[in-house]
Write a protein that binds this ligand. Structure first.
Ligand SMILES: Cc1cc2nc3c(=O)[nH]c(=O)nc-3n(C[C@H](O)[C@H](O)[C@H](O)COP(=O)(O)OP(=O)(O)OC[C@H]3O[C@@H](n4cnc5c(N)ncnc54)[C@H](O)[C@@H]3O)c2cc1C
Length: 312
């Protein structure tokens, strides 16, 4: 009988680990608390407009990820957007979440399933969701942000939670806007205004992701977001709009604001994944363990799957 692995989280790390384990003959169960797959590979709709909401692009530095990106490009899932500092920025066709959906195509991901408790019975993991559904597996891979994985593990694997406890994240406000005419965002559709409260501003129409005259994604800096964690979202929107004014060029027709609590890991940790044999095989993966990017999430998911294959 195939060995079984439960993977918590269907973002880039979880989907990569699932693909690797499936290839190695494992029986994989993937759960995610979100309404769909992708995690921070998130794309939202406002009317006919489509806006990348979390990750805006990915770069490729490692041989393994270059190979994966080349396969995704050949499949027509991703395409180069622009090149800066010698690194090509890839966009996903149809938005970053479409890439996650492609990667999830072989799996029946159990979405809207938030794991609340973990236990070990004998040498098996037992995970129970908020709605009382129980999952059992020989091995476990956790991919939520570190503080959430620590809370789930409790005192089950102290060496893992100790290693995770040093990881911190910057939060990020994301403001999404549709406009009734073209924006003034310079080609090829992004800017990083210096010295203000905006870290990144992109026009999803120019990027080739959205229909409509202009659809903007605005990310606030980590410092601004930390300072305004408890500020009324309407006031945060007003402050960001004030800073974004030189790039609007047309009237705002709709807006949405969202706060990513765990947007980007602060320090660059290169441990790839953290694992333990006892009380049952477990590995923790995520961008925080292999560079704070989509590529890091991919590499970490791959490392976690390989570690699980080794320790069984
Ligand atoms: C605003 C923003 C901008 C970014 N820009 C870029 C960029 O331009 N380029 C780049 O390379 N990277 C960027 N990133 C980072 C990139 O998005 C991440 O590195 C990558 O997507 C992380 O993937 P992951 O699988 O490690 O984590 P996640 O995508 O966070 O996946 C974790 C998953 O676990 C699920 N989960 C959590 N707890 C539970 C639970 N208890 N039960 C079930 N499921 C659970 C979550 O729903 C989530 O889907 C950005 C991130 C943000 C937020």
């Amino acid at each position: 009988m195939s060995k079984t692995c439960l993977i918590i989280g269907a973002g880039m790390s979880g989907l990569t680990a699932a693909t690797e384990l499936r290839t190695a003959g494992w029986n994989v169960t993937l759960v995610d608390k979100g309404r769909g797959v992708g995690g921070r590979l998130s794309t939202r709709r406002i009317g006919n407009s489509r806006l990348d909401h979390g990750a805006q692009f990915f770069t490729t530095r490692s041989t393994q990820f270059c190979r994966a990106a080349a396969a995704w490009q050949a499949a027509g899932w991703v395409a180069p957007w622009y090149t800066e500092d010698g690194h090509t920025r890839y966009r996903a066709l149809g938005g970053m979440n479409a890439l996650a959906k492609h990667l999830a195509r072989h799996f029946h991901v159990q979405t809207e399933t938030k794991i609340e408790t973990l236990a070990v019975t004998g040498s098996h993991w037992q995970a129970t969701s908020e709605s009382g559904v129980t999952f059992e597996a020989d091995a476990l891979i956790l991919t939520p942000p570190a503080p959430q994985s620590i809370a789930l593990l409790g005192n089950l694997a102290p060496e893992v939670t100790t290693a995770l406890s040093v990881i911190d994240y910057d939060p990020c406000f994301a403001l999404l806007l549709t406009l009734d005419g073209p924006s003034l965002v310079p080609a090829p559709g992004y800017t990083r205004p210096a010295g203000g409260i905006i870290d990144w501003l992109a026009d999803n129409t120019q990027k080739g992701v959205s229909e409509g005259p202009a659809a903007l994604t605005i990310h606030a800096t980590g410092a601004f977001t930390r300072k305004h964690l408890n500020t009324d979202p309407a006031e945060v929107t007003r402050l960001l709009l004030e800073d974004a004014a030189p790039y609007l060029g047309s009237t705002v027709t709709a807006s949405q604001i969202h706060r990513w609590m765990y947007a980007k890991p602060v320090a660059d940790n290169q441990s790839m994944c953290i694992s333990a044999m006892h009380p049952a095989p477990v590995a923790v993966a995520g961008d925080a363990l292999a560079g704070s990017r989509v590529e890091g999430a991919y590499l970490s998911g791959l490392a976690a799957a390989r570690r699980i294959c080794e320790i069984r």
